[in-house]
Design a protein around this ligand. Structure first.
Ligand code: P6P
Length: 340
């Protein structure tokens, strides 16, 4: 679908009339984001149909991560490729579901990375899932596409966002000048602006982590969570609540919506891996959104968007959200490394 044929006129109008740091959004980026929005409108409908059109369950295939692909994983990946490959501004795309990047016919310099359907293990139990996307600039537009074109730090992102398919289908988007949110009008198929200037509260009483991994965590994470659990009877001046949806898009949407801290830290189950979540198309786009909303995102030692990637599908330890809590975690990690 091209910009002229989009049904997302509200989103198109937003892109046409918004200035980012005083500059109009480049037409090529508008075209690409519109294609992503149109595709996610369609994907929202497919996700909502689920069992009704035989889309639940495994596709009987595996992806580059060694994970069993759900039918909707494959459909989401195919829809996104089909939806954006006509964009003249696109030079190539990379997906969690594909080992290698895909060159496209566009003559532009944008690179699109995405996790087409994150949290897909939740599909069969009707829990929110989502699409995560990140846009980079190809450093040498004239050269043939290579995997190394994608290996840029999160600081190079031109745009990032997600679409969460939940009770509402909502997009969060940043182009480097704050965060906005749009909710899908299921009748018109249009994303409608619902929130400007999204802000993450500096402090929080809500943490999010898979507690079943507690015995595997590094000491700074265990210390932090122990203190959250102890609340006012321990080191902290407040009691905490806990949430874990096991769908990063849904957990991060909650953090962007009401503050909190989301953690999927390194643990000793697979000590050779830096973490579970992927840097390029999960942690970096989410970190861009979180930083633009006034929060912070770290791997414990460095801000995630400062990390220089070496592999397209590399993983990373992720702790993101309310700045006060991230600073406390970073302090515990610095004490731990200095005591090492
Ligand atoms: P666990 C989904 O599979 C995912 O990649 C993220 O969306 C989510 O935060 C995490 O894994 C959940 O992992 O180990 O709790 O099932």
């Amino acid at each position: 679908m091209t910009a002229s044929s989009t049904f997302n006129t509200n989103f198109k109008q937003y892109l046409e009339t918004t200035q980012i740091k005083g500059e109009t959004i480049p037409a090529g980026l508008q075209e690409l984001l519109l294609a992503v929005a149109d595709t996610c409108s369609t994907l929202s409908h497919e996700v909502a149909q689920g069992a009704l059109i035989g889309l639940l369950g495994s596709a009987g295939t595996g992806n580059v991560q060694g994970e069993v692909q759900q039918k909707l994983d494959v459909i989401a990946n195919d829809l996104l490729i089909e939806g954006v490959q006509g964009c003249q501004s696109l030079a190539g795309l990379a997906s969690e579901e594909m080992e290698l990047p895909l060159p496209v016919q566009g003559t532009g310099d944008y690179l699109l990375l995405f996790d087409p359907l994150d949290g897909s293990s939740n599909i069969d139990v009707n829990v929110s899932i989502g699409t995560i996307f990140s846009v980079l600039h190809k450093q040498d537009p004239a050269a043939p596409l290579q995997t190394t074109d994608f290996l840029l730090s999160g600081r190079h992102q031109a745009a990032a966002g997600y679409v969460v398919y939940g009770p509402q289908t909502t997009m969060a988007l940043t182009l480097g000048d704050g965060v906005v949110m749009f909710t899908l009008n299921k009748v018109s198929g249009e994303f409608v602006l619902i929130k400007h200037a999204v802000e993450i509260a500096h402090s929080t009483k809500e943490f999010s982590i898979n507690m079943s991994n507690m015995r595997h965590w590094a000491e700074p994470v265990r210390r932090y969570v122990d203190e959250c659990l102890a609340g006012v009877s321990g080191e902290r001046d407040k009691d905490f609540n806990m949430r874990w949806i096991a769908s990063m898009v849904a957990d991060v949407h909650r953090v962007l919506s009401r503050g909190g801290i989301f953690m999927y830290p390194w643990d000793q189950r697979e000590p050779h891996k830096p973490g579970k979540l992927r840097l390029m198309y999960e942690a970096n786009p989410m970190s861009f959104l979180v930083e633009q909303a006034g929060g912070a995102s770290t791997n414990g030692d460095q801000l995630i968007m400062d990390l220089i990637p070496t592999e397209l599908h590399e993983r990373v330890s992720v702790m993101l959200g309310s700045k006060e809590e991230i600073e406390r975690l970073q302090h515990y990690h610095s004490q731990d490394s200095s005591s090492a």
